[in-house]
Design a protein around this ligand. Structure first.
Ligand code: GLC
Length: 714
């Protein structure tokens, strides 16, 4: 296809329509923009919708083939539609929410899961996913924790690259889809953890913590970048020339598509940086935003801006060319349906291979926080109670795309599938209501307690319902509810053989139950195969290996993160130091923490040298031994601390991790290479470099390790 020729034949109106994304129901309204209805709300008519460039949120081979036909009949240049949707943790077969996938510390798994999602999405007619979402997050109150892989830039970067590879492959092969890294930038740093709230960040912190995972996605060849709703230092990302044009395009060399978030252009007005939609259009285009999602500033005012000399046709041509190039790369001009196929949907969606992968992902994402001898449960247990609001339905998680609860395996069913001869009983005890008081469900708690007393083992399934995390689901308080805590207390008072499984899309404050429950598992929102994965874990068919990708704080500590600065009065130095009067300083559970059914011994680290030159490297060695009696996988983590530098440096920064599989009694030497790159940081003057001096090296299976060795950069 001669794209330049096609572009030259397009009118300004056609170019502006090509730069607009709406939902399917708007374009299929055959009316001429009726007096009411969606088109009317946007102030557009069929003149625009018949030439639109891309649709948001349609799914399914049949529907998307119809929409493509509908559109191609009318589009004067027969330019196929681009179909985009949120495939965040699976298309139809759902794996754990990304925060859970992050807990696996397994980038190969993440890549496999995204590849599986891409295959299912291609059959469903999709071309682009609005993923990976790689916003670093430090505040558990933010509902969108569930979509991220947590608080660490190193882990987020590893996961970001793996997810882009999984979705896109090498070159958008036929079973791949284009990925859209989001939300650029620093959306997770919103004030108070409040979704959509302002973000104020110094450039160093922005670049050191929040930018790496986006940059890695760009370096991996991600096709699209979505700008975020939030202001960054006073300017909404859609209009933020510094962010999008200076950094993303010029500094990083990104020449793919920049798409806004939903209605974000129009929201510049409520942000108070644009007086009207015309100004929104101008600001967005000057920031090189190519596609306007679900608002119509471009199509309504682009032509006027051009005529008034406020924008240039080249700006439009650059944007449209980027869109046409992606359509060409996806092969849409040759085959507008691409891989849409009802037969393929039937063959692939929820097939055994995909369900197996989803189950393995849920198994690897689960984090064992505590186990006072309760786990693993005995498969020959006679009577077992499954209790709690999360017990009887599949906890698939938010952003579930085409996945359904009905197709998911609940904890109850998963346990029945493994403990085939057991009498498996169900009770609810409490609801998910975070404000629920014990007295409101006293009868149900009493019923659950009575049942627990009659059983050999109890699996408590509590935490957050799927719709309690995700977009615009900020929580000011992240504690387990009083009613759920009472349920745990009452059940554990009559049955010590109890495990508490916590379903969540964010870290929860666990202090109310932490000392009461003899065994506790973080199971996130595990997706379609959650119940089977949980049963395999609880009965010991599979061992735990997950590690926390975010700190689990006490209520009131958020935002809390392990890689914080030391300050002049670090915690523990007596009264005048970093501390709370009413809450411990350390979190309930630290980043990187997670137990296994076996135990591991990690030796003190040794260094290949205690000095390193700028062109040299140092190797760190530890010996890891499985000192228990079952096979296990340990995630050995490498942290450094730059002791003295021109700016205050984090007390720890993760610079590597390795997953090590060991049989009982087996031991291995694990080596990490440290080069100059691992020591670099953004100086106050804006350079990115390492500075000579002392560095501490920590190696452990959790971030709150105290022991270290030192070397000097000379
Ligand atoms: C939403 C989200 C974004 C999503 C988009 C399209 O508002 O912020 O993550 O991709 O709209 O659904």
């Amino acid at each position: 296809m001669d794209l330049q020729k096609l572009l030259n034949e397009m009118t300004v109106d056609e170019k502006l329509a090509q730069m607009t994304q709406l939902v399917p129901q708007i374009i299929t309204d055959k009316g001429e923009g009726a007096v009411t209805g969606p088109m009317r709300n946007f102030g557009i008519t069929r003149k625009v919708t018949s030439k639109i460039g891309t649709l948001l949120g349609g799914t399914g081979a049949e529907q998307l083939k119809f929409l493509q036909d509908f559109h191609m009949d009318e589009d004067p240049h027969k330019i196929p539609l681009l179909f985009m949707a949120d495939i965040i943790h699976g298309y139809r077969t759902l794996y754990p929410v990304p925060l859970g996938l992050g807990a696996s510390f397994d980038t190969e798994l993440a890549e496999q899961c995204c590849a599986m999602a891409a295959k299912e999405a291609v059959a469903g007619g999709l071309h682009v996913t609005f993923a990976p979402m790689v916003d670093l997050v430090r505040d558990a109150r933010w509902g969108r924790c569930m979509e991220t892989t947590g608080e660490d830039p190193y882990l987020n970067s590893k996961m970001s690259a793996a997810m882009v590879r999984g979705f896109q492959g090498e070159n958008l092969e036929k079973d791949k889809i284009a990925a859209c890294v989001k939300h650029f930038a620093a959306y997770g740093a919103c004030d108070g953890g409040r979704d959509y709230d302002a973000v104020e960040l110094g450039d160093r912190t922005l670049r050191e913590f929040y930018m790496p995972a986006y940059k890695v996605a760009v370096d991996e060849g991600v096709e699209l970048v979505m700008t975020s709703f939030n202001t960054l230092n006073g300017v909404p990302s859609s209009a933020n020339k510094y962010l999008v044009d200076d950094i993303l395009r010029k500094e990083w060399g990104f020449d793919g598509i920049v798409i806004s978030d939903f209605n974000a252009f129009y929201e510049m007005i409520s942000h108070g940086i644009a007086a009207n939609e015309k100004e929104c259009a101008k600001k967005a285009l000057d920031a090189t935003s190519d596609i306007e999602m679900m608002s119509t500033c471009y199509v309504k005012f682009g032509k006027q801006l051009l005529e008034e000399g406020e924008i240039t046709e080249k700006q439009l041509d650059d944007a449209v060319m980027r869109i046409l190039k992606l359509k060409e790369k996806l092969g849409l001009f040759d085959d507008p349906y691409r891989g849409a196929s009802v037969e393929e949907e039937k063959r692939l969606h929820l097939c055994k291979e995909h369900r197996d992968l989803a189950r393995v992902a849920a198994e690897k994402s689960a984090v064992l926080l505590k186990n006072d001898g309760v786990l693993p449960l005995d498969e020959n247990v006679k009577k077992i109670a499954v209790i709690g609001p999360a017990a009887d339905h599949g906890m698939i998680g938010g952003w579930f795309c085409c996945g359904t609860v009905a197709e998911a395996v609940s904890a109850l069913d998963g346990i029945k599938n493994v403990a085939k001869n057991a009498d498996v009983k169900l009770a609810f005890g409490s609801t998910f209501d975070p404000n629920e008081k014990p007295e409101a469900v006293a009868d149900r708690i009493a019923e659950a307690k009575k049942l627990a007393a009659e059983c050999d083992a109890v699996v408590l399934c509590i935490g957050e319902e799927m719709d309690m995390s995700g977009e615009s689901h900020t929580r000011a308080r992240i504690s387990i509810s009083d009613a759920q805590a009472e349920l745990v207390k009452e059940v554990c008072s009559v049955n010590k053989n109890t495990v508490t499984v916590i379903y969540c899309g964010r870290p929860l404050a666990l202090e109310k139950i932490n000392d009461i429950s003899p065994a506790t598992v973080i199971f996130w929102h595990p997706g379609t195969e959650g119940g089977n994965a949980l049963a395999n874990l609880l009965f010991g068919r599979v061992n735990f290996q997950g590690k926390l990708p975010m700190t689990f704080p006490y209520e009131g500590q958020s935002p809390y993160f392990y890689n914080h600065l030391p300050t002049g009065r670090p915690n523990g130095n007596g009264g005048y130091c970093l501390r709370y009067l009413d809450t411990p300083y350390e979190p309930v559970y630290p980043f990187g923490y997670g137990m296994s059914y076996t135990t591991f011994e990690i030796s003190s680290p040794t260094l290949s040298s205690n000095e390193m030159t700028e062109d040299g490297e140092i190797t760190v060695f530890v010996n890891v031994k499985n000192t228990g009696n079952v096979h296990g996988i340990e995630t050995v983590q490498l942290y450094i601390n730059d002791v003295t530098a021109s700016v205050s440096r984090p007390v720890k920064e993760m610079k590597g991790y390795q997953k090590v599989a060991l049989a009982p009694g087996e031991e291995k030497t694990v080596a990490f290479k440290i080069t100059l790159d691992a020591l670099k940081f953004h100086t106050f003057s804006g350079e990115y470099k390492a500075e000579k001096g002392k560095f501490k090296v920590f190696v452990s299976n959790r971030s709150d390790v105290k022991e270290f060795v030192e070397f000097k950069l000379v």
